[in-house]
Design a protein around this ligand. Structure first.
Ligand code: ADP
Length: 441
């Protein structure tokens, strides 16, 4: 990142300097050009007026001879046929006919002209101003100075010096700047990012990191609670199994009590098995990566299976079980549908009262499949309604344990619903009953 910022800054400063020097050069050259033009124009007018005042040729030549000493410009006096009559630099008789020189030809034709030509070496250029006199002759003022290219090469060393100084200043400035920019990011506490970070642009990212951290902490907490709960839930029946088994082994059981103790051991081992099975199921559901193939499931068939498992318990608890389900098909995992309906019905029977009723209704509404389990049982208070889907959460621990509950049933239900992208709603009133509605697409 530092390298990138540095590279871009160098590029930016380099381009800025280049544009600045380029435009400065063009502007300066333009100013010099205009000044030269004005200067030789004034000089030509001055000479023109002076010559026009003189009456004969000898006076003109004498005047021009005098000018030779004062003027820095080259002055050439040409007759109207192009013959050079006088020149401040060369002997006029040795000079060729100037009639075809562009500035002379132009002045003869149009009265005056301005021209600029590069010399043979291109390092010099000559400005010409030629003007036709009243006599028909032409006087030409010429001034030679450095050309634009020469000017450029003349100032190049200064440009290079400025460049080097600017680059040195910029390198130290940019490296301190990039450190200033990058250091706060490097020193960021990602575990607890501050709310008022100095770079406002990074606040949404930090908010995301904070949220992720919180989620991670929550998951970690759930995982720890889950492990603690599993150990506790496994230990309770195991303690009782090993305690009763030890009593039988050491002969501490009174005659006739063996059957009772064996019954307790059997019940506790069944609870243990339930717990292990539920835990395995949950951990399988947790591994969302393993996508289980969905298929066309006939819920009527599932209801029949559930009924076969639930009716013995319902009869034992003196609860009437009613099911209202037609031929409803759904794209789902059959085993999961079985677990979902069985767990809901199982709870509705377990947390019911003698002579109570459980109604299982499955129907289609707006292309959605609705599964409703309604009971006339003990109900769930509002406070507990949000928590009963947590793993191992039980409203009444002893009641749940007595009924062989593991506290994982509704956690499994929630997982199954999420797996099928459905919704679950609970409507319950203490001492009146509970209605749980699952909606699946
Ligand atoms: P458990 O194995 O204890 O039944 P669940 O996860 O199935 O575990 O249910 C969690 C808790 O929610 C139960 O312990 C019980 O207190 C409460 N509960 C679930 N269903 C009902 C219901 N239909 N009526 C009253 N309470 C219920």
């Amino acid at each position: 990142m530092k390298k990138r910022i540095f590279k871009n800054m160098v590029l930016l400063v380099g381009v800025t300097l280049l544009i600045t020097f380029g435009s400065l050069f063009v502007i300066c050259y333009q100013i010099v050009y205009e000044q030269m033009q004005n200067q030789i124009h004034s000089e030509a007018i001055y000479v023109e007026n002076a010559i026009n005042e003189l009456s004969n040729e000898d006076d003109v030549l004498a005047y021009l001879n005098d000018l030779k000493k004062e003027s820095k410009s080259r002055i050439t006096y040409v007759s109207n046929d192009g013959t050079v009559l006088f020149d401040t630099v060369m002997e006029s008789s040795t000079m060729e006919n100037h009639g075809k020189r562009p500035e002379i030809a132009d002045a003869l034709a149009n009265g005056y002209t301005f021209d600029v030509r590069l010399s043979d070496t291109i390092s010099k250029q000559t400005y010409y101003y030629a003007v036709r006199l009243d006599s028909g002759c032409v006087v030409r003022i010429a001034y030679t100075s450095d050309s634009a290219i020469a000017l450029f090469f003349n100032i190049l060393p200064y440009i290079c010096c400025v460049y080097i100084v600017v680059i040195i200043i910029m390198v130290s400035w940019v490296s301190s700047m990039t450190s200033k920019i990058v250091n706060p990011i490097n020193n960021l506490d990602l575990k607890e990012p501050a709310d008022d970070f100095e770079y406002k642009e990074l606040i949404p990212l930090l908010a995301r990191i904070r949220k992720q951290n919180e989620e991670q902490q929550r998951n970690e907490q759930i995982r720890r609670e889950f492990t603690a709960n599993v150990s506790h839930e496994l230990k309770t029946p195991l303690t009782s199994i090993s305690g009763y088994a030890e009593m039988i082994e050491t002969g501490m059981v009174m005659e006739g009590d063996e059957k009772k103790f064996a019954g307790i051991i059997h019940k506790e081992s069944l609870r243990l098995m339930n717990l292990v099975e539920d835990t395995i199921r949950l951990s399988k559901l947790d591994e969302k990566k393993i996508a289980i193939e969905k298929e066309d499931v006939n819920l009527l068939k599932v209801v029949e299976d559930v009924k076969n498992s639930i009716i013995p318990l319902a009869n034992k608890n003196k609860v009437t079980f009613v099911s209202e389900c037609g031929e409803v098909h759904i794209d789902a995992v059959e085993l999961m549908m079985n677990e979902l309906i069985l767990n809901l019905c199982n709870n509705a029977v377990k947390y019911n009262r003698p002579n109570g009723q459980v109604t299982l209704r499955i129907f289609k509404e707006d292309e959605k499949v609705v599964i409703q389990v309604i009971d006339t049982g003990i109900g769930i208070s509002k406070d507990n309604q949000d928590r009963i889907f947590e793993r191992f959460y039980r409203v009444d621990k002893s009641h749940s344990r007595q009924t062989g509950g593991t506290g994982l049933g509704l956690a499994i239900v929630k997982h199954v619903v999420e797996y099928h992208n459905g919704d679950i709603a609970i409507d319950s009133e203490l001492d009146k009953g509970t209605k749980i509605t699952v909606t699946l697409v």
